[in-house]
Design a protein. Structure first.
Length: 326
């Protein structure tokens, strides 16, 4: 099942009045807490870099994938994001493109790069939308050459316009190679059954750095994750790939526990190791199932038995190093 289907299902249940919930305990026998009953914790000193933030202004942009009846079908601006992260010690954030109408790609990039220039927001860098297979892709990325806030490009690969195998076509591969030549990264956001295509793309683009989004969209409730696990291990053996721990909460049931997310997260951490994983909020998409705080607390509970050093790497240090966010 692809991420867009997950989002549609979650949006429909959220719109019908379902209440997202979570419990940060790892006890699978414990029932979930209502979202209004937040788990009280001691203040966390751990700093967070959020590597995956979506923003969109409905007065400026059209998002063809976003259905009108979705709870997400409204503007989500930087001030809204700052409210969502309040009290969680998020010190820096990275914008992630939102799959706007292709005619608006340049406008979206200019919009978010301008926000990055502002000193009063945590937004420190941006991954913009792009179409690597287009004939004028190199001209497109050269348009932003020298902008210190631009760090990468993404094209969503789980949409109807990106069939299986699309990312390994010669034109697409060449475009991603051009990103490496320009010092930019490429985010892989794809169906979990097509991670094998990601392996081929990464092998063909040895000088480009890649980020696998959302734990490779690992299937949370699948009875058999064997193929996804093997593909994740194959991809992780390639040294120019890191992985974001994010996104999978939107697959969760209306009432869920952190323990349900743990198998996918733990395998991701094991496959990529402590030095090549990064926290990501996936706000506001995460709100289809959890508040920002609930997602952070759920992940903290899953990794609480790992070393303090590894948790610093996951939530902060790896992102600073990978993206150069000094």
């Amino acid at each position: 099942m692809q991420r867009r289907i997950f989002l549609k299902h979650a949006a429909l249940t959220a719109a019908s009045g379902a209440v997202a919930s979570t419990r940060t305990t790892m006890d699978p026998k414990a029932g979930p807490l209502p979202a209004c009953q937040s788990v009280q914790r001691e203040p966390q000193a751990l700093r967070i870099v959020d590597t995956h933030v979506h923003l969109w202004d409905f007065n400026r942009f059209r998002l063809p994938w976003l259905e009108k009846n979705s709870p997400l079908a409204r503007s989500h601006l930087i001030n809204d994001y700052q409210t969502a992260i309040k009290g969680l010690n998020v010190v820096k954030s990275v914008y992630m493109e939102v799959d706007v109408d292709p005619k608006q790609l340049v406008a979206e990039a200019e919009y978010v790069l301008d926000i990055c220039r502002q000193a009063n927001t945590p937004l420190a860098a941006a991954v913009i939308g792009g179409r690597p297979a287009d004939n004028d892709f190199q001209k497109y990325i050269q348009r932003f050459r020298g902008n210190r806030f631009l760090i990468g490009v993404r094209q969503v690969l789980h949409s109807a316009s990106a069939k299986a195998g699309f990312c390994v076509t010669p034109a697409f591969v060449r475009g991603v190679q051009q990103l490496g030549e320009a010092g930019l990264s490429f985010d892989l956001c794809m169906r979990h059954g097509e991670i094998g295509d990601a392996v081929k793309l990464v092998e063909a683009c040895k000088n480009t750095r890649f980020i696998l989004d959302h734990c490779g969209n690992g299937p949370v409730y699948a009875k058999d994750r064997t193929q996804w696990q093997r593909d994740m291990e194959r991809l992780a053996r390639l040294s120019n790939v890191v992985c974001k721990v994010s996104g999978i909460v939107v697959q969760a049931r209306e009432r869920w526990t952190a323990a349900e997310l743990a198998p996918v997260i733990n395998h991701t951490l094991a496959a990529f190791g402590p030095d090549r994983v990064m926290f990501a909020g996936d706000w506001p998409v995460c709100t289809l199932r959890a508040t920002y705080r609930q997602w952070v607390e759920a992940l903290r509970s899953i990794v609480r038995d790992r070393s303090a050093a590894d948790n610093r790497k996951l939530f902060h240090d790896n992102a600073v190093r990978f993206y150069g966010l000094n």
